[in-house]
Design a protein around this ligand. Structure first.
Ligand code: NDP
Ligand code: A1CAB
Length: 276
């Protein structure tokens, strides 16, 4: 077998570029090979990460021949055509690879049909804050994979943030909360900062105030280990200001809105899994 010391990325958009940054932080000396359908979108990233940018015509020799571990960052609906129409001629039983898929709603049983039987699959469900080492990455894998290979991928992602194994049956839920959750929280930050602006605080200060409040509250939940309800009680003085706001949130259904958002996201993920 040829030496395959590189780590590859195929489909380097929003999520895979954040993962590539995390992998670079974990492994400063690791050779990284990036390939994206539209090359100009990853020129800057390739330079910033000191990664090799791979041309379409040289995908086989410059990426597939050099990498045993390959992250796949295309959309779920692009997975089948990528493997069947572009990669299949270059994949063989004799050179098994470890593929790491981040595609939401694309189960291991369907991923395995995309490659020869000797190849192995790991599924991750990351979120974009991995870019700053503050992400949450759920993972699961095909039981046929060697533990050392899972360990290697864990090491590649050690600077991504929190890394948590889940049984695949929990993946739709984990994706709905952690994968999509940043989008929900950005809406909360946007709303909080709009409110601050409406009370006269300049926009940039309002954004920092809102974002730091969310960061601090999240860190307090993690660091204290206390129930968020108890932490909320420590902010709400009897007859004070905060409880007036809490009542307004209850009246407007904040918690119901958040739970419904996760339910809708979860259901979309289940539907995609059925179509994969
Ligand atoms: N965004 C997120 O927060 C999260 C996303 N995910 C998953 O990550 C995956 C990517 O999502 P996201 O990054 O948001 O999407 P993007 O559209 O930003 O990225 C997809 C990338 O794949 C490239 N691409 C598409 N087809 C091919 C191909 N045949 N060969 C090479 N490159 C190709 C696209 O290139 P081009 O530049 O030409 O468009 C694009 O850069 C999805 O499967 C999604 O489910 C998972 C968790 C969170
Ligand atoms: O919206 C999406 O489909 C992807 C998956 C999780 C977050 N973004």
């Amino acid at each position: 077998m040829r030496m395959m010391n590189g780590v590859g990325f195929i489909g380097v958009g929003n999520m895979a570029s954040a993962i590539a940054k995390a992998v670079r932080a974990s492994k400063p000396e690791q050779a990284l090979y990036l390939y994206n359908r539209t090359p100009e979108r990853i020129y800057e990233l390739s330079q910033a990460l000191n990664a090799f940018q791979v041309e379409r015509e040289r995908l086989d020799v410059d990426l597939l021949a050099r990498c045993e571990y390959i992250f796949v960052g295309v959309k779920p609906y692009g997975m089948k055509s990528l493997f069947e129409e572009e990669l299949a001629p270059y994949l063989s039983e004799d050179e098994p690879k470890v593929w790491i898929s981040m595609a939401v709603g694309y189960p291991l049983k369907d991923l395995k049909t995309l490659t020869p039987a000797s190849h192995r699959w790991i599924r991750i469900m990351p979120n974009t804050p991995v870019e700053f080492g503050e992400g949450y990455v759920s993972y699961c894998y095909d039981p046929a994979i060697e533990a050392s290979k899972v360990g290697y991928v864990e090491a590649l992602l050690q600077e991504a943030g929190r890394l948590q194994y889940y049984d695949e049956s929990q993946f739709d839920a984990a994706g709905a909360v952690a994968g999509s959750g940043p989008a929900f929280i950005y809406q909360v930050i946007e709303a909080l900062s709009d409110a601050a602006v409406s009370h006269g605080i300049p926009r940039q200060e309002a954004l920092e105030m809102a974002a730091q409040t969310v960061v601090g509250a999240g860190q307090m939940v993690l660091a204290s280990g206390e129930n968020p309800g108890a932490l909320k009680d420590r902010v709400t003085s009897p007859g004070g200001t905060t409880i007036a706001g809490v009542k307004a949130l209850e009246a407007n259904g904040l918690r119901h809105a958040m739970i419904s958002a996760v339910d809708a996201t979860y259901q979309r993920s289940v539907d995609l899994s059925d179509q994969a």
